[in-house]
Ligand binder design. Structure first.
Ligand SMILES: Nc1ncnc2c1ncn2[C@@H]1O[C@H](COP(=O)(O)OP(=O)(O)OP(=O)(O)O)[C@@H](O)[C@H]1O
Ligand SMILES: [Mg+2]
Length: 348
């Protein structure tokens, strides 16, 4: 019997934790066949964490998808005349200078997001299409691919972290969501609270219509605990995580951080509703940052929309013989990016 098993490892190079998830296609079904998670000590090397993650994960594949995020990545939503994919690729190169406004060499990629239908005679927007454009400095992509290769792995793609979140949602949640179509005005906001930053990606009818990165995350909460209790960073981190023993103190300490984060998110929600004509009907949270006490409530209250933490494992089968299922489950919300990166196994 010929067994065609295809595996890809999604390697999330988070600013505080390296996370790796291996997805294997068994028939058409993606199954989690590997998992590892390595926390970066302050000033620790990402290269070493990647090597450790692969040593511990015992993955069957060396094919790796990583992601990028942060200030030097550029994401834009453009309206362009309808054209073929080949024409679009050419046209985008002409937009490059306007998009990146820097002398550095950038790699640019784009994807059509859907068309505006209607009568072209009366509606100037009809006949146009929405296009997502992403750009990242070439040097950064080369460094990242080089680091993965130096660890003895094969880098097969580099995605944007915030779109990996969308891919994970599409893989794990969307099949169960009925009644979604491109004309729907209901939208879901996917919000990943990391250590250094929080990414928001608003999905309408399964398609991204807005995304943004907010430079606030779990590290700011730790810093707030450290300042308020007058303890060193590592101790503040431990206190924050063991919050049942220090509930009240931690909640008070991180309240201003949560207020800033929630109001930035609420502003984004208002912006997207105003500009895209959608209603954000739910907020789905992920990322390690949401494990701190009061995060869900703060975001729900300030944005006045139903908010919950989602678990990417609920939509996926796990090969329990190959990994520690309990450990996997306990970190589930923070594995969304890694799952989304690995979801490329479907296109292999
Ligand atoms: N039990 C917990 N309670 C509170 N916070 C926690 C807990 N466990 C982890 N965190 C926080 O989660 C954050 C790490 O989450 P995650 O792995 O999603 O971040 P990252 O991907 O490394 O960061 P980024 O996406 O910003 O680069 C850290 O700030 C950490 O303090
Ligand atoms: Mg992250």
């Amino acid at each position: 019997m010929i067994r065609t098993k295809k595996s890809v490892v999604g390697l999330d190079l988070g600013s505080s934790v390296v996370k790796a998830i291996e997805l294997t296609l068994e028939g058409n079904e993606p199954v989690i066949t590997g998992f590892s998670r390595v926390e970066l000590p302050p000033g620790g090397s990402v290269d070493e964490a990647v090597q450790q993650a692969f040593k511990e994960g015992k993955f069957r594949s060396k094919r790796v998808v990583t992601g990028v995020s942060g200030q030097d990545t550029v994401v834009r939503y453009l309206s362009m005349p309808r054209m073929t994919d080949a024409e679009l690729r050419q046209a985008i190169q002409f937009e490059a200078d306007k998009l990146v406004g820097s002398d550095e060499e950038f790699i640019i990629d784009c994807a059509p997001l859907g068309r505006v239908d209607g009568d072209e005679e009366t509606d100037p927007a009809a006949g146009e299409m929405k296009v997502l454009v992403a750009a990242c400095p070439q040097a950064r992509l080369e460094d990242q691919a080089g680091m993965v290769s130096a660890a003895g792995l094969s880098p097969i793609a580099i995605d944007l972290d915030m779109f990996a979140v969308a891919n994970a949602w599409e893989l794990c949640v969307l099949p169960d969501t009925d009644g979604l179509d491109a004309d729907d005005t209901r939208a879901t906001a996917l919000v990943d609270v990391g250590a250094k930053s929080t990414a928001i990606n608003v999905m309408r009818g399964g398609v991204s219509c807005f995304s943004r990165e907010i430079p606030i995350g779990g590290a700011d909460m730790t810093q707030a605990v450290s300042r308020r209790l007058g303890v060193e960073g590592f101790e503040a981190e431990a206190i924050k995580r063991a919050s049942e023993d220090h509930q009240a103190e931690v909640r008070t300490a991180i309240a201003p951080v949560l207020e800033d984060l929630s109001s930035e998110l609420a502003l984004s929600m208002d912006y997207v509703e105003h500009n895209e004509g959608v209603t954000v009907t739910e907020i789905l949270l992920s990322g390690g940052g949401v494990l701190a006490p009061g995060v869900v409530e703060a975001i729900e209250q300030s944005s006045a929309r139903p908010t919950r933490v989602w678990n990417p494992l609920e939509g996926l089968r796990v090969d329990v013989n190959r990994l520690d299922a309990e450990e996997l489950e306990s970190w589930a919300p923070s594995l969304v990016v890694a799952v989304g990166l690995a979801s490329r196994v479907r296109n292999q």
